[in-house]
Design a protein around this ligand. Structure first.
Ligand code: PMP
Length: 465
């Protein structure tokens, strides 16, 4: 019924003729998905796939939630849109809820996407410094490998050259520092010699740039899309101290890490830091409707307001915070609370980590990194040199998983050869047995890889133990 009488062949022809996809679809052509239930997606042929990457790290409560559809329909029935200059009940309730989820004391500006939420954060930060008489503060520091969005400012903050190079000039005033990438420490350190140079570097960069020109730092709690790069436990705290020392703001991008993915309500809650600005999208509605938010600490908002900043805050977003998306987000957060999905995600994450460790001795598995209910498995062709696994090897693993009904992600850097991190971030409604199945499917896929370096790779040679 979900195919509504359409033929797959005809649909694929039209897709090829009319649709410009955001990312080039898989060589064999895109799957045409017609329905979803829990963690499972069904394509036009009736094949079912377990979505172990939650769409793109966003369908946290799972697919096919009737309550969500009902919340959207009821709101559309009441009033589908309210002009931005007025208010509506779902929006007011959601702003309060987001502030509470953050621990209180935030003011919320709505947009539609993660990119827009970050753009708004940059504009708010720059205008804030204008308002308080420090107009020279305009620079933002982010990390190489980070992804913060596709628009000209958010892309400028992104630290992956290949995503940017055909679109320059982008927004200006964006600087990058090396990521806290312990497996390939950019400072050449190891666990014993580490002095958290990856955090201290902000101090030096701010001094060398002229700290009075720096508006803020933007970072994700862990770099997700850039390859699940998990920082040392004290990293974020130290970065916040350095920001405070130099009068710069800390903007935390919770687009992926927020709403339970990290095992806490927000990723930064794992690190004992209170950000000045928090941006969020994706999991805010579990992708049932586009919505994003920029949360600004109340005292910053007050300074902004009291200096007359609101009167010339030139920022318009027609659909941002529309009542339907807000009603959907409220329902999403209600479900997460009611079903205790943040705690569940945390438990699922522990199980995932535990099971993944059985893969650690596989010759191609260089590093396993987890954060809450998300994991990155970095594949290398040589554990000594850490040569990244080729895109061909990565494709082989993904295809073998897909053939067994498991969709996993591929992340890392867009620099050729560095998209070598397999990622798992299933919906929070996953069952423990499904976590086990995911990992054993991945193990089978790995065991099918060709040999390297004379070592035999297979299920029988004991690497799984
Ligand atoms: N920040 C992060 C950390 C993201 O992962 C993404 C999207 N993958 C964005 C921002 C941009 O979000 P959107 O695609 O909704 O613009």
């Amino acid at each position: 019924a979900a195919t509504q009488g359409h033929s797959k062949q005809r649909m694929l022809e039209k897709d090829r003729k009319y649709v410009w996809h955001h990312m080039s679809p898989h060589n064999e052509g895109p799957m045409i998905i017609v329905s979803g239930e829990g963690c499972w997606l069904t394509d036009m042929d009736g094949n079912r796939y377990y979505d172990a990457i939650s769409g793109l790290w966003c369908v946290n409560i799972g697919y096919g939630r009737k309550e969500m559809a009902k919340a959207a329909a009821e709101q559309m029935d009441n009033v589908a849109y309210v002009p931005m200059t007025q208010a509506h009940i779902p929006g007011i309730e959601l702003a309060e809820r987001i502030s509470e989820w953050l621990g209180g004391g935030y003011r919320i500006l709505f947009s539609n996407s993660g990119s827009e939420a970050n753009e708004a954060a940059f504009k708010i930060a720059r205008q804030y410094f204008n308002q308080i008489g420090q107009p020279e503060r305009h620079k933002f520091i982010s990390r190489h490998r980070a992804y913060h969005g596709s628009s000209m400012g958010a892309l400028a903050a992104t630290g992956q050259a290949q995503r940017k190079m055909r679109y320059e000039p982008l927004g200006t005033g964006f600087l990058h520092v090396p990521p806290p990438y312990c497996y390939r420490c950019p400072f050449g350190q190891n666990k014993d010699s580490c002095r958290m140079e990856c955090a201290e570097i902000y101090d030096q960069v701010m001094e060398w740039e002229g700290a009075q020109t720096v508006a803020g730092v933007i970072l994700e709690p862990v770099i997700t899309g850039g390859g699940m790069i998990v920082p040392p436990q004290d990293y974020m705290k130290r970065v916040k101290e350095i920001c405070d020392k130099h009068g710069a703001l800390l903007i935390v991008d919770e687009v992926i890490c927020g709403y339970g993915r990290s095992g806490r309500r927000f990723g930064h809650h794992n690190f004992g830091v209170q950000p000045d600005i928090v941006t969020m999208a994706k999991g805010l509605t579990s992708a049932y409707s586009p919505l994003s938010a920029t949360a600004v600490r109340e005292d910053l908002y007050d300074a902004f307001r009291l200096s007359g900043g609101l009167d010339h805050f030139r920022h318009i977003n027609t659909f941002g915070g529309n009542p339907v998306s807000c009603a959907v987000a409220n329902k999403n957060l209600e479900i997460i609370e009611r079903e205790r999905l943040v705690d569940h995600a945390s438990e699922l994450g522990r199980r995932l980590r535990d099971r993944l460790m059985s893969l650690a001795s596989h010759p191609y598995v260089g590093d396993i990194r987890t954060f809450g209910f998300a994991a990155g498995i970095e594949l290398v062709e040589d554990k000594e040199t850490k040569k990244p696994a080729s895109s061909d090897l990565i494709a082989k693993v993904m295809t073998a998983c897909k053939q067994r009904g498991l969709l996993i992600g591929k992340n890392g850097d867009t620099t050729p050869g560095y998209a070598n991190v397999l990622t798992l971030a299933p919906p929070f409604v996953a069952a423990f047995e499904e976590v086990d199945w995911m990992v054993s499917t991945l193990a089978i896929a790995l065991s099918m890889l060709p040999l390297y370096d004379g070592k035999e790779v297979g299920l029988t040679n004991g690497w799984r133990e």
